[in-house]
Write a protein that binds this ligand. Structure first.
Ligand SMILES: NC(=O)c1ccc[n+]([C@@H]2O[C@H](COP(=O)([O-])OP(=O)(O)OC[C@H]3O[C@@H](n4cnc5c(N)ncnc54)[C@H](O)[C@@H]3O)[C@@H](O)[C@H]2O)c1
Length: 440
């Protein structure tokens, strides 16, 4: 099949690469000329395991090409995916500027019947807007479908190749047939293709992300209750998650959720619900809680070291919003580090892959170290933001030797409290009781 993917970011690259890998001819179009020229040389500027070889192989075998000529990509394809960004507008709604710009280009470039699919996360009703923009500009038949993407950054290629399910909101039998054929290589092991109407598919994506975000904020509030009562969130999490109706995923407490999706999708869904007369209060609470949770590590540090951090070195391990990605969008580490700087601290940071991205945000206002231990030299505290594997079982003796004060504030509950105390750390984690030995 000849396929155009418009937008070569996280989603567009994974989609384009995986569709080419399964034998299709894919042209990926993007307005960013610099990105396109790097991609044509096989250079993938984002860190995503497995993506670079996928792009390289399919460039080499000619099934994948990159262009800035969006019109040409549209004319040469039967199926067109829109995978451009949908950031938060000022009022929290999804900014559809890029999606509708692509729709206009599609309308102006159509020379035959085409299937157009919104892969971007878009509010319910957007497919109608896309259709209007296209039909205003062409007499050719267009099918407008919704195929939301559920990939997880850090495991995106794997998720696309072996999805839990594929959601297809379709507007015709023809579109359903073509899209089922396109996805058939990815569901051979039994995953379902869920066919539905277009509005239901559009809502499914927001509902899924908002449900996950809700679980996180919910567990963060239960963690607060644990701290007030001497209960332990680790035990509560196991107890709750073992219920087969609930399951273990997304029940870890932490320093708040971040990333390119949850924050903006929760806001956008709340906005849509409010506009259409549905009650968004649950989502507003989820967002408010998360914004407060992002302050938790800074507040706990200040409780221990005081407001004035001038002259104090604070180490930060983990900058990306989660492991296995260099994505810094809405990362909770940004809130902590900006707060530390405002209070006068010297911040020395480490992240296995996100330091280049972090430099774009903090520039030379913080220091960066290639080795995680080097960030600890003279530090009066270590703040852990991301549960990267190398942080999970570090050399604690070496850490103690390097740090000026062995204070660890762990936003991911990576370590056992009793072990940390045995090693000589002052250890602060989330939702766990103060360490009092059990009576014999
Ligand atoms: N990143 C994720 O994990 C993820 C997961 C599921 C869904 N989504 C959704 O997918 C969409 C894309 O997200 P992303 O993270 O890939 O975004 P991104 O910012 O990484 O990439 C978007 C790309 O689109 C390009 N672009 C913008 N306007 C264009 C135009 N008119 N023509 C051609 N190219 C254009 C940009 O230059 C950019 O390269 C968003 O709606 C997002 O919510 C993202």
């Amino acid at each position: 099949m000849n396929i155009a993917v418009v937008g070569s970011g996280y989603v567009g690259l994974v989609l384009g690469g995986c569709l080419a890998e399964s034998g299709n001819d894919v042209v990926c179009a993007d307005v960013d000329a610099d990105k396109v020229s790097r991609l044509n040389n096989g250079e993938v500027s984002i860190y995503e395991p497995g993506l670079e070889p996928l792009i390289e192989n399919n460039l080499a075998n000619g099934r994948l090409t990159f262009t800035t000529d969006v019109s040409h990509a549209i004319r040469s394809s039967d199926v067109i995916f829109i995978a451009v960004e949908t950031p938060s507008g000022e009022d929290g709604s999804a900014d559809l500027r890029h999606v509708l710009e692509v729709a206009r280009t599609i309308g102006e470039s159509m020379d035959a019947e085409k299937i157009v699919i919104t892969k971007s996360t878009v509010p319910v009703g957007t497919a109608n807007l896309v259709r209007e923009e296209i039909e205003d500009r062409t007499k050719e038949r267009v099918h407008v479908c919704s195929n939301p993407e559920f990939l997880k950054e850090g495991a995106a290629v794997e998720d696309f190749m072996r999805p839990d399910r594929v959601v297809l909101g379709v507007d015709s039998e023809y579109a359903e047939r073509v899209l089922c054929e396109l996805y058939s290589p990815f569901v051979r092991s039994g995953a379902s293709i869920l066919i539905m109407d277009v509005p239901s598919a559009e809502i499914t994506k927001y509902a899924a992300n908002s449900m996950l975000a809700t679980r996180i904020s919910f567990m963060n509030s239960i963690a607060q209750l644990c701290e007030k009562t001497g209960a332990n969130i680790d035990a509560v999490r196991r107890g709750v998650g073992s219920d087969s109706r609930i399951g273990m995923s997304f029940l870890f407490p932490g320093a708040g959720y971040g990333g390119s999706c949850f924050p903006k999708d929760v806001k956008a869904l709340a906005k849509t619900m409010g506009e259409l007369g549905a009650d968004p209060s649950i989502l507003n609470a989820v967002e408010d809680l998360n914004n407060r949770q992002k302050q938790i590590l800074l507040n706990r540090l200040i409780e221990r070291l005081g407001e004035n951090l001038t002259g104090k070195t604070i180490a930060v391990w983990g900058l990306a919003f989660k492991p296995n990605t260099d994505d810094m969008r809405e990362a909770p580490s940004i809130v902590t580090i900006e707060g530390l700087l405002q209070h006068g601290a010297r911040v020395v940071a480490h992240d296995p892959v996100a330091m280049l991205e972090a430099r774009k945000i903090f520039e030379e206002r913080i220091e960066y170290r290639d080795l995680n231990y080097d960030a600890l030299e003279g530090a009066e505290a270590l703040i852990i933001h991301t549960e990267w594997h190398p942080y999970r079982h570090p050399n604690f003796e070496r850490m103690i030797e390097l740090m000026k004060r062995p204070l660890v504030l762990d936003g991911r509950n990576l370590y056992q409290q009793d072990q940390m105390v045995e090693h000589g750390f002052e250890y602060v984690s989330i939702g766990r009781p103060p360490l009092i030995p059990l009576a014999k």
